[in-house]
Write a protein that binds this ligand. Structure first.
Ligand SMILES: Nc1ncnc2c1ncn2[C@@H]1O[C@H](COP(=O)(O)OP(=O)(O)OP(=O)(O)O)[C@@H](O)[C@H]1O
Length: 311
């Protein structure tokens, strides 16, 4: 089974039931300066699913994560996690967070294994002396993301993709039932992206819930069961097939659409990497945002005035 088939097959997709997964109703967040970053946002993600959170810069993705993590207060609305309130779920260590690279101080002198051990802090007493079970959890988590050999490395001495893996390992060591990933594919190569997707798919099989914010729209239909389109509020949410549509994407991204078909050797030079591009793969449209190494694309029709040396 290839990655795509593996990701689409989701035998353990749980039926949507009250109290399971993440439920956000009418969530509104207003920052101290008066800026309302999230307005009346509502959606549900059942357990055993991976949901993509997509939207332009500033649409409120990180704010939503912060609200689910209890870092910012809701001015209005309600969030429930596995049937619990946010504080209850946090007390039980059920929510793990994989931050954006920019949120981390990479100069802080700490070893890879120490970062992963932080995932265990919620289970330790005030002295934070790890027990055997904690060391075992760290070891298993590092092995699972293929980072065991880097355990004694300073965190700042890793590549972008390796750093992401370490924070994923921290979430695994924590054994979070709900895992929030803020742009896990930014700055990682295609191989690492595949490895992360495989890991997320395996975690889904274990019945966890994952919310993944990403600008890498091309991979969303590959591995996400659900999609949430955000633009200050939730524009649309639901199964990827019915939600991740051209109409909804145009709404969320301002409608700068260009059409491409798969094939050819080179990415069309004129393609503005900031534009949203729709790729038809016969079955359904795939969408990519910017250039993705493995997606070789060329325009469906040559531009009339282009001097393209078509075959
Ligand atoms: N601490 C803050 N105080 C005031 N306004 C904020 C604060 N943090 C974010 N904002 C504003 O709230 C809006 C939503 O920001 P947020 O970081 O949630 O967006 P995002 O979708 O995660 O963006 P990106 O894709 O760039 O990461 C933006 O307009 C941002 O400027």
């Amino acid at each position: 089974m290839n990655l795509q088939e593996m990701a689409r097959a989701n035998p353990k997709a749980a039926p949507e039931e009250e109290g399971s997964g993440i439920r956000v109703s009418g969530a509104t967040v207003t920052y101290r300066n008066g800026h309302r970053a999230l307005r009346d946002a509502s959606f549900k993600i059942p357990t055993g699913t991976i949901a993509a959170l997509v939207g332009v810069n500033g649409s409120g993705k990180s704010t939503l994560f912060k609200a689910i993590m209890g870092f910012v207060r809701l001015a209005k609305g309600d969030i429930s996690i596995l049937g619990m309130t946010v504080p209850q779920a946090l007390r039980q260590n059920l929510v793990a967070y994989v931050p954006q690279a920019e949120e981390v101080d990479w100069n802080f002198p700490v070893l890879v294994e120490d970062v992963v051990m932080m995932g265990r802090y919620g289970r330790m007493n005030m002295l934070r002396i790890p027990k055997k079970a904690d060391h075992n959890a760290v070891e298993t988590a590092l092995a699972r993301v293929g980072m065991s050999e880097f355990r004694k490395r300073q965190i700042g001495e890793l590549s972008g993709g390796q750093k992401k893996r370490v924070f994923l390992a921290r979430a695994l060591a924590q054994d979070g039932r709900v895992i929030l990933l803020d742009e896990p594919f930014t700055g990682v190569d295609v191989k690492t992206e595949d490895a992360i997707i495989r890991l997320l798919v395996a975690l889904r099989e274990e019945g966890r819930v994952m919310l993944v914010s990403t600008h890498n729209l091309g991979s969303v239909p590959e591995f996400c069961d659900r999609a949430i389109l955000l633009k200050n509020t939730v524009l649309a949410y639901g199964p990827t097939e019915t939600t991740f549509t051209r109409e909804n994407l145009e709404l969320a991204f301002g409608g700068v659409l260009r059409h491409f078909v798969l094939g050819g050797e080179n990415l069309h030079d004129d393609a503005d990497p900031r534009q949203l591009s729709v790729i038809s793969d016969d079955e359904r449209p795939l969408v990519m945002y910017g250039a993705r190494d493995r997606m070789v694309a060329q325009p469906a029709k040559p531009e009339p005035d282009s001097e393209a040396d078509s075959e």
